[in-house]
Design a binder for this molecule. Sequence first.
Ligand code: ADP
Length: 743
Amino acid sequence: MNFASKLVQMVKDRFVQHNLKSYSDKLREISALKLESWDDERLQSESLKLKNKAQSGTSLDDILVEAFAIAGEAASRVLGMRPFDVQYMAGTALHERNMVEMQTGEGKTLAAVMPAYLNALQGKGVHILTFNDYLAGRDAEWMGPVYRFLGLSVSYVKEGMSIEERQRAYAADITYVTAKEAGFDYLRDTIALKPEGIVHRPFHFAIVDEADSLLIDEARVPLVIAGEIASTSSDGSRMANLARELKLGEDYDFDENKRNVYLTDTGAEKAEQILRSGNLYETHNSHLLTSLNCALHAESLLKRDVDYMIRDGKLELIDLHTGRVAENRHWPDGLQAAVEAKEGMVSKSSGKILGTITLQHLLSLYPKFSGMTATAQDSAEEFDETYSLNVVQIPPNRPKIRIDHESRIFTHKEARLKALVKEIAEVHATKRPILIGTSSVEESDQLSEQLNKAGVPCHVLNAKNDEKEAEIISKAGELGAVTVSTNMAGRGVDIRLGGGDPQQAEQVAELGGLYVIGTHMNESARIDNQLRGRAGRQGDPGSSRFYVCLEDDLINRFGIEKAIPAAYRTKQQDEPLEASVFSKKMDHIQRVVMGQNFEMRKTLNKYSDMLEEQRRIHQEQREAVLYNDDTMSDTEKYVNLYHMDRLWSDHLAYVSYIRESIHLESLANRNPVDEFHNRIIHAFEQLPDKLEQETAKTLRKIKANGTEEQIDWEKEGLKAPSRTWTYLIQDQFIEKKANIFGL
Ligand code: ADP
């Protein structure tokens, strides 16, 4: 480290220490209480007293010190884990609505117990939002005894539970659940026809685990609830055939980043002839143009085993951020059908969208929430601007000694692959365990093939074998282990040296600990750090190195002509480039691209925020009807709710139709966001009149038929969807589009 960077580090450290002062002050007060001498009964009766205080209006801040000390003491008695000082500090920061950065393996699960306990004392429910179902169950079982010992109830929610089970789970003082499951439950609640069908209580406080994945990477993913309707006809296979007939470069082309596809004049003419449609750009043909674009997109830009795969006859999307199967995920409407048609599958995505909310908006329904993750600082500005959350960096319990080496930079991919195989084989010969993070399923397969050829056996962890994840990770720190993985984001289990065997752990430590290799630089430094952070947990030795190449997407995205001097662009060499010149440049490129992504997300939010605003108004009006006991009959209520839901669902379909084509407005020099707002505001304003008319019409008809007493809703044509299902939309498609059109 040179003098200048030492100085920067010192200033940073000072800043962190300054920020932590209030937490260390609290820590001193907590430690001063010394509850070891209290017997169990005393601890439990004091907990009850705190609960009474909290519920009779004493502020939580006033009882924080006592509550944390009690919870910490309970944890050490019940679990045999006495919280470390840094865990009390993290807990305090979580209570005070911060984004807590704490390294992997430092014990976030226990740190969350203190603020969860404190906030649960008010009796209004606390949610701990975990990254997946498995962790919800594991953490609830693991930490449950602490809360129960102190007189609070704990539960968790998982897929497949009945409404009654969910109601019981959410009635508990502390509920462990994934944000997605909590969100799907929320959406189901928004179409409940009777108050008895509702599972959530009003939201109170949430602690989000792996918060950067949820609050940044997945924040704009819309959760969807859809209902059965008569199946709609689709011209998917016709378009898929047409897309196959059209020629790339002649009939259609990509933009420079290969993120979007468009028809050329020749292509449009050819398509018009085949479809016998007349001018495709006439308004009445817009549905044909949209589905042809989707078909071309599916044909040429979405690749099997990179973007999706087919398993047991099912189309499964691969999440670009995590490289694993994105459970229960769809692309936006037309694109999903187009990929299914491309693969010759019968479309399963018919149905009508009844409600939708993004994860970001779901979180904002909580009056208070905070988050924890190993990687927050790189996105501090985004946490602050989007969620008003400050990042608090908690120092590790034991100092970090991991060495992060300077990246090796290659001119072309073959040279990098060769160098990677050589490096891995050499290090593997010493038996030091190696973890390699790759960018896609395809790349991980390719690398493992090359390694096998070179006589290096390895385990592959990608979307194709997700189910073996826990087992593969538990062995990744063993002597001689080589693990090739797609993106490590959200892979929530930490890697222990020697796989947990203390003797082997020592041997591995002598070899330098876990060696982490990244085969590319991500668009976000945060994701790179997630990978690095797999080495050097809890003060273990370890090191990391990235292998970058001038042909990587990140550099294409930035623009190679801006990134690299002309002399290097044409020349190809097997040896890495002079690292020090380029690694600074790489950091710069990454910072610029992160900034661009943040800007783009802000713009995308402008689209979804307006719809969310409308959703909340709609929901308030709906609740006023649902809970109306004093002025409406049951029939009136049902008819009102039925029409409200139907009109809302039509509105959503209209909004998504507008959203798909709004980028064209920029070609006519109009601001797409403004146009989008104008149109959906106009449509929303018409809803109350429509509702009144439709409801009055139905009620008149029922009255005229004299069927008010026993109404068969199906006969009346007013049956609510008999079956609903939920899924997530892969919004990366929209993000790509936004990139092109500078939306
Ligand atoms: P993180 O989520 O931060 O990666 P975990 O909550 O999974 O970390 O904890 C990592 C490991 O550290 C676990 O095996 C846990 O048992 C251990 N651990 C955490 N806190 C303590 C503590 N206060 N005392 C002893 N062990 C602890």
